[in-house]
Design a protein around this ligand. Structure first.
Ligand code: ADP
Ligand code: MG
Length: 445
């Protein structure tokens, strides 16, 4: 029976959810229409109880044909622990608390705390696990591997762990580091013959938070070093938290042994938020920024930005900026030109695009069409080609002509390059969005 249940649940639930909560549980007995399920720890028990009992009951009923009651227990008979899942009474942020001998780690952004994180169905597991780790590091979920797409709150949660830990245990060493910085530190230490102190530094952590681990792909010496850092910390019962935009086994050129280390604790995923959650996030953000927004505006923004919370927030900021500059009342109609959904590109004309680029980069249209290879000019030209590709139906050769007779391979190369860079360079992403807005505005009017 249980294997049938598992089979069905596997299809219904996301993979990390299934692997973490369901696969680790086992069925004990089915008696008097009551199925007893055993979990490895109280946390998992509470978790299943809270979120998956209904799903499991439905599946079992479906299989055996009559309603069942589900009871969830902990394998070693441990009693129920009080695990607070949401509604954290976070310790107040106290930057000048005198009892704190160490100051708050400066890498931690003060905005990234639990109390500013809106929990939705998409992030419930990641949030609960982060909280559990913050409360008792080095215990159940080590490492905690936070996994989710760009702009969904991985860094926020990770830093929230750091803040929380620091609040309740200011003497503990909390290191937040991007994979890039870890790599650079390592390279510098090799250059300066100071690998010893590099090691001592990272291996002294009580809580090590490593962000964007996907960037470790293919970096052999960083992987080597991180492997040993990880082991040292893990063996000493120190907490490691890792964030990534994909699952460990989907990181290319990642050593097998690291992949298995990353998977040995808890993998908690964050999915895209649903509409309600997006609205709640905007509401909260607006409150913190002291902005008052009509509900339909919030709804409009939330409807149009579906998969990235950073873009959702960006849209809110642009809306407020646009309203204050234009002096128009804050209505959906007035915001429409600046708040086109990301990706919506109005069909525009080459003239509008050339003009927008020229203004943005403060160069002339003649220069854009000319042959100069000056850095700023060719950069602006590449962005222009990319946007013309997005905002018109012109073919590559036609776009080349608009830029003074450039070859279509040049256009293709430029479009590719900008598209690639925009996914990793937030500044460029922002510039492109601004330009896109500007082009949309000019196109509409
Ligand atoms: P990631 O690291 O996954 O790319 P971030 O943690 O940097 O994403 O989040 C992007 C932005 O969205 C941040 O400003 C963050 O505060 C905000 N954010 C993400 N998730 C939430 C949430 N659930 N509630 C409130 N703000 C959020
Ligand atoms: Mg991040």
């Amino acid at each position: 029976l249980w294997s049938q249940v598992l089979e069905r649940l596997q299809v219904q639930l996301s993979r990390p959810t299934f692997e973490t909560w369901i696969k680790t549980a086992s069925a004990k007995q089915l008696e008097d229409n009551c199925l007893v399920i055993c979990t490895p720890n109280p946390f998992a028990r509470n978790w299943l109880q809270k979120y998956y009992v209904k799903t499991i009951a439905d599946v079992v009923q479906d299989i055996i044909g009559c309603p069942v009651e589900i009871q969830i227990t902990v394998a070693n008979g441990e009693g129920v622990t009080q695990f607070r899942e949401t509604e954290v009474a976070e310790p107040e942020l106290m930057p000048q608390n005198l009892s704190h001998t160490h100051s708050r780690p400066t890498e931690l952004n003060l905005k990234y705390v639990f109390s500013r994180f809106v929990v939705g169905a998409n992030s419930r597991m990641a949030h609960a696990a982060s909280l559990a780790v913050a409360e008792s590091p080095g215990r159940e979920f080590n490492p905690l591997f936070l996994c989710g797409g760009v702009g969904l709150g991985k860094t926020h949660l990770m830093q929230a762990i750091g803040h929380y830990r620091w609040e309740i245990c200011p003497d503990s060493k909390i290191f937040y580091v991007s994979t890039e910085k870890f790599t650079n530190d390592l390279i510098a230490s090799i250059r300066n013959n100071s690998t010893q102190s590099f090691r001592e530094h990272y291996r002294a952590a009580d809580v090590l938070l490593v962000d964007d681990i996907q960037f470790i792909e293919g970096k052999e010496s960083t992987q080597e070093e991180f492997f040993h850092t990880f082991n040292t910390l893990h063996e000493a019962g120190k907490q490691v938290v890792i964030a990534s935009d994909r699952l460990p086994n989907q990181i290319p050129r990642l050593q097998e042994r690291l992949c298995s280390r990353f998977s040995m604790g808890l993998i908690a995923d964050i999915q895209s938020p649903d509409l309600e959650t997006r609205m709640a996030i905007l509401q909260k953000k607006a409150e913190y920024e002291n902005m008052r927004l009509p509900r339909d505006v919030i709804e409009y923004i939330a409807c149009n930005y579906t998969s990235n919370i950073r873009e959702l927030e960006g849209a809110l900021i642009r809306a407020v900026a646009y309203i204050s500059i234009s002096g128009l009342p804050m209505t959906v109609e007035n915001l429409a030109p600046v708040l086109h959904p990301v990706g919506e590109k109005l069909d525009s004309s080459p003239e509008i695009i050339l003009k927008a680029i020229a203004e943005q980069f403060d160069i002339s249209i003649e220069e854009l069409k000319g042959a100069s290879r000056r850095r700023e000019i060719s950069w602006a030209r590449q962005i222009g080609m990319y946007l013309m590709r997005q905002h018109t139906k012109l073919s590559l050769p036609r776009i080349g002509e608009e830029f003074g007779g450039k070859d279509h391979t040049t256009v293709m190369y430029s479009c590719d390059k900008i598209a690639q860079m925009s996914t990793t360079d937030p500044h460029l992403g922002q510039t492109l969005r601004q330009l896109s807005d500007r082009i949309n505005l000019a196109t509409r009017s």
